[in-house]
Ligand binder design. Structure first.
Ligand SMILES: [Zn+2]
Length: 170
């Protein structure tokens, strides 16, 4: 992860909340597009985190905001949240469209086969130039049932609606 603003080089302040994103007190993320930024306290510009280091940090940030965040303000597309010393901007519409609801797909990362599937989805969508989003991943699984079959044998009921939770933290 970057330790300084990509625009003005001000160092990001350390936070003790996120193991995979230890730098930055102001963060922004878009769970449906899989993007994550640190926001500079000096110039206020957003530095997009490197894509190869983003996935675990995004998961961690999502969990933190879902479990612990206090909602400060919210519009249709943006929510401002606080967790301890962190200010977090969540970008993107909160709900997955109903036509994309697929409770039988596992878009989570708990078991080795989940990682295999995530890796395949990521490779496929990233290489073809798409932004990785839950909706893109679901469409890919619709087109290629063999991919969805990779981790279909794992049936933790609690995780089956992960893709919906991802876009709709309560
Ligand atoms: Zn800056």
């Amino acid at each position: 992860m970057y330790t300084r603003c990509l625009v003005c080089a001000t160092p990001f302040e350390a936070n003790d909340q996120l193991e995979h994103l230890p730098n930055g007190r102001r963060l922004a993320f878009d769970p449906s597009r899989g993007r994550l930024w640190a926001i500079c306290r000096t110039c206020r510009r957003w530095s997009l985190t490197p894509i190869e280091e983003r996935w675990e940090a995004l998961e961690e940030l999502e969990k933190l905001t879902r479990d612990k965040a206090r909602l400060l303000s919210k519009t249709d597309n943006i929510a401002l949240l606080r967790v301890g010393p962190l200010e977090i901007v969540r970008v993107g519409r909160a709900e997955l469209p109903e036509e994309l609801y697929r409770p039988h797909y596992r878009l989570t990362v708990d078991e080795p086969d989940d990682l295999v599937l995530m890796g395949r989805i990521f490779d496929r969508l990233y290489r073809s130039g798409f932004v990785l989003s839950t909706a893109d991943a679901i469409r890919l699984l619709d087109e290629e049932p063999a991919l969805a079959a990779i981790n279909a044998h794992i049936t933790h009921a609690a995780h089956n609606i992960r893709s919906v939770k991802l876009d709709n933290p309560s």
